[in-house]
Design a binder for this molecule. Structure first.
Ligand code: ADP
Ligand code: MG
Length: 258
């Protein structure tokens, strides 16, 4: 059985079809990229999986449990980690305190500034920061970090919940190309070592074609192609409809990189 099974998702907003018969599976340790133009339905599918949206039809099965229609917190409890935007971190707190709060929340401990100040789960938090290459910034305020470093801390926060599946909506948005490659490499390494499945959307075709094991292409809410990067890159439908000249160049460059 696959780690994640998405079966026949339909979702309409009034007359707009945001998802139609969307089905796919994801294995533990695998990176699956969902791509498609703006409005293709990527966020809709993510929000259905994460519990923010209820589908009109279809189901989502995570590690054998049907999670369709569960609230986000319940889905998180079942093993789904999400990386959030900057606003989701506690901006006034230190890097370590942010991760401590996430750990306390996961372990059902009353999360408070006093508890984090008292050092509860501090060693564990620093361990997670080490995994994402941020141990040295442990005592800095989040607000002092560069954007790419905040993204790494968000990853540590997501890992605090021992996720089986990570959902990342445009993880490298706003990053410089070098930072993007480093973040994707980090995520890929963690996925493989910890057998975490990773589902991500991304506009940067180099990140997608360079790091995904498989790619799913959405268009007007429907899956128009899926498969390994090489097959998707060659798919004439994908070429016509979506990739375009610049996207293709990036996809090809990623494919031939060492
Ligand atoms: P993507 O993430 O691929 O850009 P979305 O899933 O955000 O696409 O959107 C898919 C379609 O559904 C778009 O046409 C969008 O305008 C519409 N849509 C998404 N969310 C809502 C909503 N809450 N209310 C109405 N329409 C929505
Ligand atoms: Mg979106």
């Amino acid at each position: 059985m696959s780690l994640l099974m998405v079966e026949g998702l339909d979702k309409a907003f009034g007359g707009v079809i945001a998802a139609r018969a969307v089905s796919f599976a994801l294995e533990a340790g695998e990176l699956l990229a969902v791509i498609g133009p703006n409005g293709a339905g990527k966020s809709t599918v993510f929000n259905i999986i994460g519990g923010q949206l209820r589908p009109d039809a279809g189901r989502v099965v995570l590690a054998g449990d049907t999670i369709t229609g569960l609230a986000p917190r319940a889905v998180w409890r079942k093993g789904l980690g999400r990386t959030f935007q900057v606003a989701q971190t506690f901006i006034s707190m230190s890097v370590t305190e942010n991760v401590q709060m996430a750990l306390m929340s996961w372990h059902g401990e009353a999360a408070s500034l006093t508890a984090s100040a008292a050092g509860l789960r501090r060693a564990e938090a620093i361990g997670l920061l080490g995994l994402v290459g941020m141990a040295e910034a442990a005592d800095r305020p989040i607000s002092a970090l560069a954007y790419g470093d905040v993204k790494r801390v968000e990853l540590a926060i997501a890992l605090a919940g021992e996720p089986k599946l990570l959902l990342m909506d445009e993880p490298t948005a706003g990053m410089a190309p070098k930072e993007r490659a480093a973040l994707m490499q980090l995520v890929a390494g963690l996925a493989r070592e910890r057998k975490i499945g990773v589902l991500f959307t991304e506009h940067d075709m180099a990140a997608v074609f360079g790091h995904a094991d498989r790619i799913l292409v959405l268009m007007h809410g429907e899956v128009i192609a899926s498969g390994p990067p090489d097959a998707v890159r060659r798919d004439p439908k994908v070429r016509d409809v979506y990739l375009g000249e610049s996207g293709l160049a990036a996809a090809n460059a990623a494919g031939t990189a060492p």
